[in-house]
Design a binder for this molecule. Sequence first.
Ligand code: PGA
Length: 257
Amino acid sequence: MDKEMRQPLIVGNWKMNGGLSDSIRLVTNLKNQLNEKNQVEVVVAPPFTSLHSVSIAISETKIRLAGQNMFWEESGAYTGEISGLFLKESGCDFVILGHSERRQFFKESDEQINLKVQAACKSELIPILCIGEKLKERQAKETLNVVEKQLKIGLKDLAIHDFETIVIAYEPVWAIGTGETPQTEQIEEVHHFIRGWLKRYFDAPTANMTRLLYGGSVQPENAASLMQIDEVDGLLVGGASLHTEDFIKIIHFEENR
Ligand code: PGA
């Protein structure tokens, strides 16, 4: 399956920004400005407390909802945690897992992320598994080793049918929120590596279905060129997704070429 066969996916990760009223304002603006004929699949990931209200706001649209994290157990004495079932019940179809901020600030390991990926699939949520190297690792030419380890452990023990929907986001940590984007060749190298690894680990037809996103300082100005990179099927957008005009320009990247 070629790139053309995979539906482009653009995800807005709002992180811990805005409360309920901000979320409603953002999603209402998005809904009003989005060209629904657009072929891009659009997903927003608001904070947990806004999920249910945002899901009602988008119920008549093609916009889909993601959680920003989840726990691997379904229920129980895990104070402060949210399970995949709760995300599903709140209207989510996707869940972002292993974001570098979770790895950095909450010390999430690849093993823990793997438990979450497995639990997400069990709850019929599509995991968006985030992987990527730190600056020091890139400088030490460790990028592909780091990415391989994150894939190998993060995707352990998954059933082959889980791969028909799973999404992988390559986000170099040094590009997140910094305004710095890697060179085209750097993104291409990692995306080719991921696709090749998936083909070896599973099989070519399955690997060819997996959508690979790029994330890190995506802006309206660079969205079209990022989307042209071989094996880039979509974008994971942080800061720019909080500004509807910018996010819309990113989604409508084809018109801005
Ligand atoms: P950014 O964040 O677009 O603000 O760099 C990306 C992300 O954290 O997914």
